[in-house]
Design a protein around this ligand. Structure first.
Ligand SMILES: Nc1ncnc2c1ncn2[C@@H]1O[C@H](COP(=O)(O)OP(=O)(O)OP(=O)(O)O)[C@@H](O)[C@H]1O
Ligand SMILES: [Zn+2]
Length: 479
């Protein structure tokens, strides 16, 4: 199966050829673990999870590495200032590593609910300080980095290829860093590889340049090279990471003499009211909040219904239609399974021909830069064909073929049906159904003017940790 993907660096769709036949090495920039993940983070994780799953479907053995940033990411992505983790540690009165662990496990939990496969390796920046120091030493030796007052900077002027991923011109590169220009830098575009730790800085390590901590970008170069080797296949991340983070990653690795990622893939943003969902804008919905009102599998369905390079807009309407689309697929699969219990032996060649055609459409869509909306459309066509046939009598072997198509394409590739998070997903679905029933009961008390009973129900729910709120659009509940 030939797979084409959009490579950010070449600015076009290209045929994917792994550097080692049959194997794929993939690296995805992971979370900075200082707060709860929001739906935008979910979009990124699901986008690359589906890419990984389809490569597995195509027969590749995939090593999927996604880092955990637990040091060096400073406020405002700058070269100067407070570390995001340390800041949160001070606010929550926790050790920095306690903050990192708390939000790391919370992230693992959220991604499990979204049925994102666990990475093969989840390396942490703090666990790879020697590797980062070694890479910085190589850069200094080759004349691409310099030390000043215990900090080390990448010398952008020594590396003319800097900026080639995004094709930024010199003056545009300066813009992002001008505010943080320090006298120490030879050029305002230079970025920190290692920072001297001020006495107040909690996270600190010995280095050839004194006590300090690594810059934000160096961990990804060091850890991807360590676990995937030179010239690994795919590097992914959000669009907003292209500059400066990914430009810096490439420069750090290549200037030190290493081959780096061969394909660059970037997901577009999840928006709300047309604006990027982000922590700093405050317009975010954490996945945990969302899962209280929307089944995580519906959230995943919404995410895969738009292309990873398209913007996904979040609103109640989108969730409503995702819920009904998702229900159509699961209902059809359940119907197939129900019919299988009593089906007669034999096959239906006409329906099998249609199933095969839909499977081919699905694979063609996914081979064309992982076009999930078209792949979902193929599943709906399959559903239409299967439902029409189920009105009559479908024999067993053909039903099994239909079930296998749903399980492989909808389940294993799009991740919509089972595995990692299925138990918890069932629980949350059950909880939603039960709460709908409870709220209906309360509503009928109120309509029957049995207000005391309605209030008692509400009080008992509060006792159980569930609060309910009456709004103009209906009653909502929260845990
Ligand atoms: N709305 C979004 N849609 C898609 N991906 C996102 C979105 N927000 C963040 N990401 C991706 O998640 C990763 C981590 O992002 P980050 O922690 O900077 O989140 P953020 O909410 O944008 O935070 P901040 O506003 O503080 O920059 C990045 O790869 C980024 O591209
Ligand atoms: Zn990175």
């Amino acid at each position: 199966m030939d797979i084409y993907l959009y490579d950010t660096k070449q600015r076009q769709k290209v045929k994917f050829e792994p550097s080692v036949p049959g194997r794929v090495g993939m690296y995805l920039c992971g979370p900075t673990v200082y707060s709860e993940a929001h739906l935008g983070h979910g979009k990124k994780e699901v986008a690359f999870d589906v890419i990984r799953r389809f490569l597995m479907h195509a027969g590749y053995a995939v090593r999927y590495v996604s880092n955990i940033t637990d040091v060096g990411h400073l406020q405002g992505d700058a070269d100067e200032g407070e570390d995001k983790i340390a800041r949160r540690a001070a606010l929550e009165k926790l050790e920095p590593m306690e903050v990192a662990d708390k939000y790391f496990w919370s992230f693992v939990d959220d991604m499990g609910k979204l049925n994102v496969l666990r990475p093969s390796i989840n390396p942490r920046a703090t666990g790879h300080i020697p590797e980062q120091i070694e890479l910085i030493e190589e850069l200094i030796e080759r004349g691409h980095a310099y030390e000043v007052n215990g900090s080390v900077y990448f010398d952008v002027r020594s590396w003319p290829r800097y900026g080639e991923l995004t094709g930024r011109k010199l003056d545009e590169q300066e813009e992002g860093t001008r505010e943080d220009v320090r006298e120490e830098k030879r050029d305002p575009r230079d970025f920190a590889l290692w920072k001297k730790a001020e006495p107040s800085h909690l996270m600190r390590w010995d280095s050839p340049w004194g006590v300090g901590f690594p810059g934000w970008h160096i961990e990804c170069s060091a850890m991807s090279l360590k676990y995937l080797g030179e010239d690994f296949d795919i590097h992914g991340g959000g669009l907003d990471l292209q500059f400066p983070h990914h430009e810096a990653e490439i420069a750090q690795a290549e200037a030190a003499g290493h081959g780096f990622a061969r394909y660059w893939m970037h997901n577009n943003m999840l928006t709300i009211g047309g604006e990027k969902m982000s922590k700093s804008k405050g317009n975010f919905t954490t996945l945990k909040e969302l899962f209280e009102r929307v089944d995580p599998m519906v959230v995943r369905f919404l995410l895969v219904s738009s292309h990873y390079r398209s913007v996904t807009e979040m609103n109640d309407e989108a969730f409503k239609s995702a819920a009904s689309g998702y229900r159509r697929l699961t209902d059809a699969l359940h119907e197939v399974e129900r019919h299988l219990e009593t089906a007669r032996e034999g096959r239906d060649a006409v329906l099998e021909g249609k199933i095969n055609a839909n499977v081919r459409d699905f694979e063609a869509a996914m081979s064309d830069d992982f076009n999930t909306p078209e792949a979902v459309a193929a599943l709906f066509n399959l559903t239409r064909d299967v439902n029409a046939a189920l009105a009559g009598d479908v024999p067993k072997e053909t039903l099994e073929k239909a079930r296998a198509a749903y399980r492989e394409l909808g389940g294993n590739v799009l991740g919509l049906f089972e595995d990692a998070g299925s138990e918890r997903q069932d629980d949350s679905q059950l909880l939603n159904t039960l709460m709908d029933l409870v709220l209906e009961a309360r509503q009928s008390y109120r309509l029957g003017k049995q207000f005391q009973k309605a209030d008692e129900l509400r009080a008992k729910l509060t006792e159980a940790g569930v609060t309910i709120e009456d709004t103009s659009t209906g009653t909502r509940w929260k845990r």
